[in-house]
Each structure stands twice: as C-alpha cells, then as structure tokens.
Design a protein around this ligand. Structure first.
Ligand SMILES: *Cc1c(COP(=O)(O)O)cnc(C)c1O
Length: 232
C-alpha cells in the first residue's frame, strides 16, 4: 500500500534527522520527492492524494505526457540529465530543474525562461561520486561558473544536487554526501539565499539526510520496482 510506504519512508526520514551529529545549515525539514518515472500517470494522482506534493520525473517527454493526462498539480522536479535542445519543454513543465550540469545548459534554460517571462528555479548538479555515466559539474567547471551565475537573470539558483555511486555497502556513500554538504556550506556563504541540498534515493536517503540533505528523491521505496516496458 502506497500510504504505508509513505509512512515508513517519513518515519525513516525523521529518524535520520534525529540521528544527525550536528546542526545542519539545511535545517530540520526534509522534502520527500516522490520519483514517479516509469510508472503510469495515475500513480501521481495517488501520490498527491497521500499528501506528497513533490513529484520527480527524469524525462521531459514523459512528464509532459503525464501532465496532459492528469494535470500539473504539485511541484514538479526534473531529476534526469537534460539536453539543451529540450530546455524549452523543461522550463514549461518543471518547477525545479535539479539536473543543471553544464554552463551551456544553464544558458539555454535561462534563455527559454526569459522568453516566457519565468524565473526558473534550478539546482547545480555536482559530480562528486565520479561514477561512469553520471553527469554533473566537475569541480573546475563548477568553480568557474559560480562568479557568472548572476548574469543569468531568469535563473534562480536554489542549491545543489548530488547522486552517490552505487555500492555494496551503503556506508560507502557517506563521504560523497559529506562532500556535497561541504560544497553546499561554501556556496551558502556566497549565496545566503540557497535552501535546497538534494541528495539521497531509496537505498541511501537516510545517510544523505544524516550528512545534511534536505531534499531526497525516492522512487522504489514508495512504489516498488519500475516498469520499463511502459511507453510514454
Ligand atoms: C530514479 C532516480 C531516483 C529514484 O531512485 P530510487 O532508487 O527508485 O529511489 C533518484 N534520483 C535520480 C536522479 C533518479 O534518476
């Protein structure tokens, strides 16, 4: 039952906040983003009915089709890699783009947001785990873009997103999340208005929260296995 899974995840989130060894700059509230990718649109309706209002999708096209089917209630997070040529649709369909991973993409999203008079909330995705195929800014690119962020007038940087590597022992993710938190703390010195540190998914969200995440992206623990045969 979805409502039971929601309750179990929320309890684990509360326990992880309580288990923090120190006060975090990200505060004591954690946003649970329900990752509904590869599930039918109806699951989003069920999720909203359970009181979860943050919906995570990793593909623009899939989110667009689902919104055409059930509407756009809730706050939609884009969590998957975005190609620059899909920036226009991403801006149209998402409230928060978590996966900005290059200056080219940032510029394109800024341009498309400006075109429709929107200020687009975004996170900068950092590649800390260095797992193959994982996107995200490398350190040098990230440091180089920081002084330029204010040139992008139609972008509002809300914080950072980090994906840990897959590992047999989930404790091995802890140093990655700790590094994500340190990056957040440094960015907050420069940009005190940032407020989101997105780290952690079904297998590792408790550790991410202990290390300071205040936005977790959870699919499997809420909805079970994804159905990759579904076409959107
Ligand atoms: C799919 C996905 C998730 C959710 O993964 P689960 O293991 O099902 O919780 C979280 N973050 C990103 C970036 C994803 O692509």
């Amino acid at each position: 039952m979805l409502s039971e899974n929601v309750k179990a995840v929320q309890e684990k989130i509360a326990a992880a906040i309580a288990a923090r060894k120190e006060e975090k700059l990200t505060g004591n509230k954690v946003t649970l983003v329900a990752v509904t990718k590869n599930h039918p649109a109806s699951i989003i309706t069920d999720t909203l009915a359970c009181g979860l209002t943050n919906i995570g999708e990793n593909r623009v096209q899939e989110a667009k089709h689902k919104q055409e089917e059930i509407g756009k209630d809730g706050t939609w997070h884009l969590i998957g890699h975005l190609q620059s040529n899909k920036a226009r649709q991403a801006v149209a369909h998402f409230d928060l783009i978590e996966s900005i991973d290059s200056e080219k993409l940032l510029a394109e999203v800024n341009k498309e947001a400006a075109r429709i008079g929107k200020v687009q909330d975004i996170l900068l995705q950092l590649n800390i785990a260095h797992e193959e195929q994982k996107s995200g800014f490398e350190k040098e690119e990230y440091l180089a873009i920081l002084p330029k962020l204010d040139e992008y007038k139609s972008i509002r940087v809300r914080g950072l997103m980090v994906i840990a590597q897959k590992c047999d022992d989930v404790e091995d993710t802890r140093p990655v999340f700790a590094a994500g938190y340190r990056a957040y703390a440094r960015l907050k010195e420069m940009r005190p208005d940032i407020d989101i540190l997105s780290m952690g998914m079904s297998s590792d969200y408790a550790i991410a929260i202990e290390e300071g995440a205040n936005n977790v992206r959870v699919g499997t623990a809420l909805f079970g296995a994804r159905d990759y045969s579904l076409k959107f």
